[in-house]
Design a protein around this ligand. Sequence first.
Ligand SMILES: Cc1ncc(C[n+]2csc(CCOP(=O)(O)OP(=O)(O)O)c2C)c(N)n1
Length: 245
Amino acid sequence: MTTHHLDSIRTPDDLKRLPPEALAELAEEMRERIVQVVSANGGHLAPSLGTVELTVALHSVFDTPRDILIWDVGHQSYGHKILTGRNDRFDTIRQENGLSGFPRRMESEYDPFGTAHASTAISAALGFACARDLKREQHKVIAVVGDGALTGGLAFEGLNQAGVVATDLLVVLNDNSMSISPNVGAIARYLTRRPASAGSRRPRPRTRRLPSQADPSRTADPGWSWTGCPPAGRREPSSAASRRA
Ligand SMILES: Cc1ncc(C[n+]2csc(CCOP(=O)(O)OP(=O)(O)O)c2C)c(N)n1
């Protein structure tokens, strides 16, 4: 590796100044840095190596920390730490008084939600999205969840609620067919079901809208509900409406 893009990156704004053709080189530098540090300190190697390109893409496109980015479990967030002002301390990760191995609110404004438990990101992100709507703010909210963490009950609670709350929330499914060991169960089987053609083996980004977003006739009750958040731009509930709720 002969490039030195990483040395110039203190915040994601520096990343946005790099030409697109430099991003693959940057990803390579990040991978080398992660391998070097995890070799010495231990830690979650494969999950963070697997999200390097995704991390570069998210921080290139979104405006963190204004946009809220939540990593489920957080064991795959080493690249996120490297790009958000913590590269100079990255070799302290998982050491006493060093960086945490997981996102941590006290550590950085780029870590809006502390994690380590699996399956919490979607529910947490939905809470951030509802708070944004209530405050009439405009920023984005993104949850990144692995196919393993997706099988946890709380992830389903989050999806269940997100499907009826008319709010702007992006859930990125990082489907690598692995959890702590190969993922098992019906959801894993559903996600790995592919047509048998050779071309289908390539990873393909797939996007889906939640039912209420796809079909306006199925949108949640547009009125105030204490279980949901008000549609974006809607006024605070009147006291009469609050009493009804
Ligand atoms: C509540 C809870 N149960 C179990 C774990 C242990 N655990 C750590 S990572 C992980 C899942 C990792 O798989 P996935 O979400 O697919 O992410 P990947 O490692 O593939 O990026 C689990 C279950 C945990 N962190 N929290």
